[in-house]
Design a protein around this ligand. Structure first.
Ligand code: ATP
Ligand code: MG
Length: 710
């Protein structure tokens, strides 16, 4: 019992022990909300003898669910049939049992984006609408935001207007739902909506779950959307033992349909609700917490909260201005190395937080250069992202038209009406003529339409092959992105995800500009070789010992001893888009509050004077959020009393940490981390060429390649 109720302050204990009736815990960051939920589950089971199967706990991510389960297990030694899951997993479980009651088969499938797109295309065809006017992704986004608000196809025009276009979208929406059903499929949004529908249409099912889940708890309630709200509230109607926790200051998913009113109106929904405020923060130093309090206080639309901590005053927040994003990344990595050594920290103590995923590139490259293990949370590593792989595939074909893998990757990206059958025919021809797919185009036995598309593609590539030596790498990339319509297609989507992809592509262009500035050999071949080098280094294996990179959004609920908030510039954070919209600006500020409060001991804020955006150097000033922190909590990096020499330079670290630069001779065996054992077939200064049985001949740079002599 001690371990369940001990280590809690009075308020927290009160929240844990208030097991009956509606309970709202509205409290600031790091005040132990998640901890209270965990202990409350353990308390219910151990003290109140509630069966684990009568408890439902909802977390925001799967990772948070795993963590909560582990913590409960630590407290109790077992968890039994306890449901700790996200909204989606809970609903899928419920639907698997009973979805037949609303006319679906219980082994329904969940459609991913690719499936959804194919279905929308079918709908467009059937309705005689052109994809040009109704781009697939645009339609999908419209449908998804309707579902976020629980707007049905029939209601669509009443909510989104009854102009011609809206009417058409509602028709597509209707047909799309019909087709989903015919396929016995649900899309991601449907998972929760169909569960609600099931509850409505089948009172006995609702009754079953209302009885089962006598105790319901929801973490991060401030970021629930309308369907999620209905789901928990329907379940809680019978016993009303609903405990929700959250922080209106951390509501950061408004752009995805989350509605902070869900938490702010809890007392209206449950007039008898008990409200507990937790005011002591256990996570951060006084400096960090007070800085966060000052920033968030600039938001007008908020419930005032006071948050204090008994923790030490701690160090000042370190501000550092850098010349550009490359220097920013170098600086951060240098600090990580230096702190690791001086303060005996491990890599997992560090988190680098940024506003948009595209910003990860500079940091990933800097980390890879010095071989520090890192993990990108909530997104793929930069060079693994689809749009980056696509553009690289184009570039590879220019350099090597025999590269069939790259050919297949992009022959129909963007869409050129080239389907699987055409590719198969092309493959047969290539096999017969013993050549690559690219060179088999002329002889391919395919329909005239497909042939024309293929020939057009070939013309385009040949033209570029011809031009590439007189164009810079960035010009080539720009040309491809424009001429193929790749970016245009993304722009039409008008979705958050597509915007992210465009940002990544622009960031890729920045990589090209950097290359053009710094490399002696400015050829496309050299550019690709450099990329292969960085992107092939796989440091992800050493999980648990990695620096963590992620967006501020993904960092919600987490904590780290040392946090770097990077790209703290006007136009980056807060984003340009939010300048003209005070609601959006307040959401950005909440995001800043989330970022600051992730940090336990040390917080850095960095900004670049100049940042490459769209290939142009843009000058910007530091973020207004920095100005909102009183000077007394801040120190400029160059004003630190520690002599600079104490900070080891990155290069000396590299020298010490790189795989021993053994002398290699022809015929030596080496072991590569990913490719396994190979034989050295050529030695040229810092570069060796190795033949690997599975992947063939590879050129390796001794400075970077993860190899060792065996
Ligand atoms: P967020 O708003 O960021 O989600 P939170 O309110 O959920 O934060 P927790 O993550 O539960 O806060 O707690 C923050 C940190 O404080 C955790 O490391 C937790 O273990 C610690 N903590 C919370 N309460 C106490 C306590 N009473 N004694 C010691 N440590 C505590
Ligand atoms: Mg939490």
């Amino acid at each position: 019992m001690n371990n369940i109720l001990g280590n809690l302050n009075d308020k927290q204990r009160e929240a844990v022990m208030t097991t009956e009736g509606p309970l709202l815990i509205l409290a600031g960051a790091g005040s132990g909300k998640t901890r209270v939920l965990t202990h409350r589950i353990a308390y219910l089971i151990k003290e109140k003898k509630v069966s684990p199967s009568n408890i439902l706990a909802i977390t925001f991510t799967n990772k948070a669910a795993e963590e909560m389960k582990t913590r409960v297990e630590d407290l109790l030694g077992y968890i039994g049939d306890l449901w700790v899951s996200t909204f989606h997993s809970a609903c899928v479980r419920i639907l698997r049992r009973d979805i037949d009651k609303i006319g679906y088969d219980r082994n329904f499938v969940i459609f991913d984006t690719t499936d959804q797109k194919a279905l929308i295309q079918e709908c467009l065809k059937e309705l005689n609408l052109s994809e040009k006017q109704y781009p697939v992704k645009t339609v999908l986004n419209a449908i998804s935001s309707a579902k976020d608000k629980m707007v049905t196809p029939e209601e669509y025009i009443y909510v989104f207007g009854n102009e011609y276009r809206s009417k058409k979208i509602s028709e597509i929406y209707k047909l799309y739902q019909k087709k989903l059903k015919k396929n016995n499929a649900l899309d991601f949004d449907d998972i929760i909506i169909k569960t609600i529908e099931l509850f409505k249409e089948s009172p006995e099912v609702l009754d079953f779950y209302q009885r089962k889940f006598k105790y319901i708890m929801v973490d991060e309630y401030q970021d629930t959307n309308t369907p999620q709200y209905h789901f928990v509230n329907m379940l809680a109607q019978k016993y009303r033992n609903l405990c929700v926790v959250g922080d209106d200051d951390q509501s950061i998913y408004g752009w995805r349909g989350a509605d902070v009113k869900n938490i702010l109106n809890f007392e209206k929904d449950y007039p008898d609700a008990k409200v507990i405020k937790l005011e002591q923060n256990y996570r951060s130093t006084k400096t960090i917490l007070e800085a966060a309090n000052y920033v968030i206080d600039n938001n007008i639309r908020r419930k005032k909260k006071t948050l204090w901590t008994n923790n030490e005053q701690g160090e000042k927040i370190i501000l550092c201005e850098l010349d550009n994003e490359r220097e920013e990344a170098e600086f951060v990595i240098q600090e990580i190395i230096s702190l690791k050594e001086r303060e005996n920290r491990s890599f997992r103590d560090f988190a680098i937080l940024y506003r948009t995923n595209a910003q990860s590139r500079a940091f990933e490259e800097a980390l890879m250069r010095v071989r520090i293990p890192y993990k990108v949370v909530g997104a793929l590593r930069f060079y693994d992202r689809k749009e980056i792989k696509d553009i690289i595939a184009y570039l590879r074909i220019l350099v090597n038209p025999y590269d069939d893998i790259s050919f297949k990757r992009i022959i129909n990206v963007p869409k050129r009406g080239i389907g699987a059958a055409t590719i198969e025919a092309l493959e047969a021809t290539a096999l017969e003529k013993d050549t690559s797919l690219f060179f088999a185009i002329d002889d391919a036995k395919v329909s005239q339409r497909a042939k024309n598309s293929l020939l057009e593609f070939k013309e385009f590539i040949l033209e570029l092959i011809d031009k590439k030596d007189t164009m810079t790498v960035s010009e080539v990339i720009n040309y491809i992105l424009e001429e193929t319509g790749y970016v245009e297609e993304l722009e039409k989507e008008e979705s958050e995800q597509a915007e992210g992809r465009i940002e990544n592509l622009k960031e890729f262009l920045n990589a090209a500009y950097e290359f053009e500035e710094s490399s002696e050999d400015k050829s496309l071949e050299a550019f690709l070789a450099g990329i292969t080098l960085v992107s092939d280094i796989d440091l992800a294996g050493e999980i648990g010992e990695s620096v963590v990179l992620m967006t501020l959004h993904s960092a919600k609920g987490l904590e780290f001893p040392v946090v770097f908030m990077v790209g703290m510039e006007e136009g980056v954070f807060p984003s340009f888009k939010s300048f003209t919209d005070e609601y959006e600006l307040e959401e950005e500020r909440r995001l800043c509050y989330v970022g600051i409060t992730r940090s336990k001991e040390k917080l850095y804020m960095t900004y670049a004077r100049r940042r490459n955006l769209y290939g142009k150097s843009q000058y910007s000033s530091y973020s207004r959020f920095i100005s909102e922190i009183p000077e007394r909590f801040l120190v400029r990096y160059h004003e630190l009393s520690k002599p600079r020499e104490e900070y080891r330079s990155v290069s000396s670290y590299v020298e010490r940490k790189t795989y021993e630069k053994a002398q290699y001779n022809l015929g030596d065996k080496v072991e590569h981390k990913i490719w396994g054992i190979g034989t050295v077939v050529k030695v040229e200064g810092e570069e060796i060429t190795v033949a690997f049985p599975n992947v063939g001949i590879k050129k390796l740079d001794l400075k970077f390649a993860p190899i060792k002599a065996i």
